[in-house]
Design a protein around this ligand. Structure first.
Ligand code: F3S
Ligand code: F3S
Length: 117
């Protein structure tokens, strides 16, 4: 079980969550961030820090965002566009840096209007 970042993060990418995660298990895609389901220690520190309330425990994800539970896992355990292998276990976003690519689900989303100002 782990915390999950859902759709409201898309094109916002405030990154306040990254600053408070003690194990650096929040990874940066191109338009959204993703929590590693096997590196998250369920501490809950990130949840109140997101200004758009995109972070919830995986059993508390709003019904219209439930696809993001599997999508956060897919980010690490499926082969992302332009890559030839899955990311798998990484060991910390601070050392790894931005991944720079999104899952097909997130990449296919229309631009978030609030980020087009
Ligand atoms: Fe996204 Fe919220 Fe973190 S907008 S980058 S989940 S603080
Ligand atoms: Fe990190 Fe704790 Fe959130 S381990 S992803 S700050 S629940």
């Amino acid at each position: 079980m782990a915390y999950v970042i859902s759709g409201p993060c898309t094109d916002i990418m405030d990154k306040s969550c990254m600053e408070v995660c003690p194990v650096h298990c929040i990874y940066e895609g191109a338009r959204k961030l993703y929590i590693h389901p096997d590196e998250c220690i369920d501490c809950g520190a990130c949840e109140p820090n997101c200004p758009v309330e995109a972070i919830t425990y995986e059993t508390e994800v709003p019904p219209d965002q439930e696809q993001h539970v599997a999508d956060n896992r897919d980010f690490f355990y499926s082969v992302l566009p332009g890559r030839d292998a899955e990311l798998g276990l990484i060991g910390g976003a601070r050392d790894y840096g931005p991944v720079g690519v999104d899952t097909p689900l997130v990449a296919s989303q229309p631009p978030c209007p609030s980020n087009q100002l």
